[in-house]
Design a protein around this ligand. Structure first.
Ligand SMILES: C[S@@+](CC[C@H](N)C(=O)[O-])C[C@H]1O[C@@H](n2cnc3c(N)ncnc32)[C@H](O)[C@@H]1O
Length: 364
C-alpha cells in the first residue's frame, strides 16, 4: 500500500491558520511532499457521526479534529505538571541534544496530535530540529518556531527513510495506532543516533477504582443500566477499538520488549507507573496534585464525546451511547465515582555516545 506521506507547516483551518511548506523550506531531505488542506484533507480525513477521524489507519478510532486536539492540550498540561516538564530522564535527553558539529540535533514526535509537545520542544531546544509525525494535520495552538516541522504519515509504513536521523524519539498515547509495537521499537532504534533516547508515555482509558482494580470487568452489556457510566462507556470504547484491531494494553509490555532487544541495542531501559485520580476526590491532596487531578477530570469529560463516533460505528444504539455520555459527565462533574487513570512512562537510551559514527551501533 502506498504511504500517504505529506509535510506541512500549518493550515488555514487551524487556530493559527495553516499554509503549506516545501521540502526546501523545511531544510532537510525527506520523501515528504507539501500538505494542502483543500486537497489532502479529503484524502487524510473522513467524517464519522459528526466528527473528523483519520482516513488511513482504521484501528485508531479517536477523532483528530480541533475538539479532540483541545482535549489533548488539557492532557498535555496535566502531564507537564505531573512529569515536572516535557519529558522524564532530562539528563539523557539534554545529553542527546547537546549542540555539536556535524549534525543538527533532532527530535521526532510520533503521533504528535495537536502539536503542543512539538511546539514546546521547539522553543526549549531552538538549536534542534523538531518533527511531528501524525496520521492527520495538527491544530497548532500558536505559531511554531522555525525549527518545527510536521508530516502526515502512518508510522506503520516504516521509518527507514529516517535512519540515523534523530536523537530523541517521543511516542505519547499513540499505542493503539501502532499495529506491531515490537517492530515499531526496532524502527525507533534504527532512526536514533548513538546515545539517542526513546520516550514513551501512555495512559489507559480503562478506569480503575480506589483499589486500582478495573471498575468494569468482562464484556459490556448495553441493555443493563450501569452503576458507573464513565467506566462502562470507556470499557465499551476498548471493545470497539479491539474490534478494529487495536491493542489496548500495549503499554504494559513496552519495557519488556525493549529489554528483549538486548544490551547491544539499549544501554538503559526504565519505566515508572503512576495513578492520577480523576478529579480531586482524595481527602488530603497538595495544591499541585489537586490541579493535576482536576485536569485529568476535564480530560476524561472531553474524552466522553470523542468516543461517540466509534461507539456508534461499533453498533451500540445511539440512545444508549448518549445516555452513557450524559450520565458519565454528571458522575465526573460531581466526582460521584472515585476513579484513577494508570499511566506508564517507559524510556530507553541507545548504546553509544552522541556524535559517534551511527553505523557502529546499528543492529544487523
Ligand atoms: C491520543 S493522540 C496523542 C497525541 C499526542 N501524542 C499527545 O500526547 O498529545 C494519538 C495521536 O497519534 C496519532 N496516530 C495514531 N496512530 C498513528 C500512526 N500509525 N501513525 C502516526 N500517527 C498515529 C493519532 O492521529 C493521534 O493524533
Amino acid at each position: 500500500m502506498e504511504s500517504p506521506r505529506s509535510s506541512y507547516a500549518d493550515d488555514e483551518s487551524s487556530s493559527i491558520g495553516r499554509g503549506t511548506s516545501t521540502i526546501e523550506e523545511s531544510g532537510r531531505s525527506s520523501p515528504a511532499y507539501s500538505y494542502h488542506s483543500s486537497i489532502d484533507g479529503a484524502v487524510l480525513l473522513r467524517e464519522v457521526h459528526g466528527r473528523t477521524l483519520n482516513n488511513t489507519r482504521d484501528q485508531y478510532i479517536l477523532p483528530v479534529d480541533m475538539t479532540e486536539h483541545n482535549r489533548l492540550n488539557v492532557q498535555h498540561e496535566m502531564l507537564k505538571i505531573k512529569l515536572g516538564g516535557l519529558f522524564l530522564q532530562p539528563r539523557a535527553v539534554q545529553r542527546a541534544l547537546v549542540p555539536r558539529n556535524g549534525s543538527i540535533p533532532a527530535v521526532l514526535d510520533v503521533g504528535s496530535g495537536s502539536g503542543s509537545w512539538v511546539l514546546d520542544m521547539g522553543e526549549m531546544f531552538p538549536h534542534a530540529e523538531v518533527v511531528g509525525l501524525d496520521l492527520a494535520p495538527a491544530n497548532l495552538p500558536r505559531e511554531p518556531t522555525p525549527n518545527c516541522r510536521f508530516e502526515c504519515d502512518d508510522v506503520n509504513f516504516g521509518l527507514s527513510h529516517y535512519k540515523n536521523s534523530f536523537d530523541v524519539v517521543h511516542a505519547r498515547c499513540v499505542d493503539t495506532g501502532i499495529a506491531d509495537y515490537p517492530h515499531f521499537l526496532k524502527d525507533v532504534h534504527q532512526v536514533l543516533r548513538p546515545g539517542g533516547v526513546f520516550l514513551s508515555v501512555s495512559g489507559s482509558s480503562k478506569m480503575l477504582g480506589k483499589d486500582f482494580e478495573p471498575c468494569v470487568k468482562g464484556k459490556v452489556d448495553p441493555s443493563v443500566p450501569s452503576e458507573n457510566n464513565t467506566a462502562t462507556l470507556l470499557a465499551g470504547f476498548h471493545e470497539a477499538a479491539r474490534a478494529r484491531g487495536a491493542k489496548t494494553e500495549t503499554f504494559l509490555y513496552i519495557r519488556g520488549w525493549l529489554e528483549e532487544m538486548g544490551k547491544n541495542a539499549w544501554s538503559t531501559v526504565g519505566e515508572t507507573t503512576f495513578y492520577v485520580p480523576v478529579g480531586p476526590w482524595q481527602e488530603s491532596m497538595t495544591d499541585k496534585d489537586r490541579h493535576i487531578a482536576t485536569l485529568m477530570n476535564h480530560d476524561i469529560i472531553r474524552l466522553l464525546a470523542s468516543t461517540r463516533p466509534s461507539l456508534l460505528s461499533y453498533g451500540y444504539p445511539e440512545q444508549v451511547v448518549d445516555n452513557w455520555i450524559e450520565k458519565a459527565e454528571d458522575e465526573l462533574r460531581h466526582m460521584r465515582k472515585k476513579m484513577y487513570v494508570r499511566w506508564i512512562c517507559t524510556w530507553a537510551v541507545k548504546v553509544g555516545t552522541p556524535g559517534e559514527d551511527p553505523e557502529e551501533h546499528n543492529l544487523t
